[in-house]
Design a protein around this ligand. Structure first.
Ligand SMILES: [Zn+2]
Length: 231
């Protein structure tokens, strides 16, 4: 097994006067795009799983776990498969949902709200779950989208290491591009296990983020949207 991975440099560089430690524990948001390397897809999914399994086995080994135990021996492969095929599958643009648009035949020109979309994501600072609900809304510019696609778009961006602000904006941007309108709203209400199960250990707080574009910048529209969500 390679020991190269143990030689990583601990750098504490500054970003806007915050150290990398501050950014992690305070969950600061540094950009809209998920930070990816240029060669992110040089390895195939199978190659990534093999590599992750080896590295995760090393983490378990360093922690002193006995990998010959029947219960633990398959864990590195299970984790690798889960990372690539499930919980981080949204890193790969190949997994982006294919979206078909339909003409707005019913001439419905009020807001459409898809509320209480349950999602599971993972905090990119601690790699522990973020569990929440997303509410998305749009006003058709002439095209409509299948309702399940709204759900799938939320799931796609959730299946990445995330910060909640970025997740909110990535969903909003995708909907703006697909539906060719600025009239998009996204509200996310989520619990971060890195806050509830470790660190400050606050089990009752939740984090709410929102994006209001176009017509949703109007206070009446925001009130209408909140009425739908809260009923
Ligand atoms: Zn965290």
């Amino acid at each position: 097994m390679s020991t190269k991975i143990l030689n990583f440099k601990k750098t504490d560089y500054k970003l806007n006067d915050f150290s990398t430690a501050d950014i992690g524990d305070d969950h600061l948001f540094t950009g809209l795009e998920t930070p990816m390397k240029l060669d992110a897809f040089k390895l195939s999914d199978d190659e990534k799983k093999q590599r992750i399994a080896i590295l995760f086995e090393e983490i378990m080994d360093v922690m002193g776990l006995d990998l010959t135990d029947d219960s633990l021996s398959g864990t590195p492969h299970r984790v690798a498969k889960m990372y690539i095929d499930e919980i981080f599958s949204g890193l790969n643009p190949a997994n982006k949902p294919k979206v078909a648009l339909f003409d707005n035949k019913y001439q419905y020109n009020q807001m459409l709200v898809e509320k209480n979309i349950t999602f599971y994501s993972n905090c990119e600072h601690h790699f522990v779950p973020i569990i929440g609900k997303a509410h998305v809304a749009y006003i058709s510019s002439g095209k409509v989208i299948g309702l399940s696609k709204l759900n799938r778009i939320v799931q796609y961006y959730a299946k990445r290491p995330q910060v909640q602000e970025r997740l909110t904006n990535q969903i909003a941007n995708e909907l703006k591009a697909i539906l060719e309108t600025e009239d998009i709203a996204v509200i996310i209400d989520a619990k971060h296990l890195c806050v509830s199960s470790r660190g400050i250990k606050d089990d009752t707080s939740a984090t709410v983020t929102s994006y209001y574009g176009g017509a949703f910048k109007n206070q009446d529209k925001i009130t209408e949207l909140h009425n739908y969500i809260n009923n």
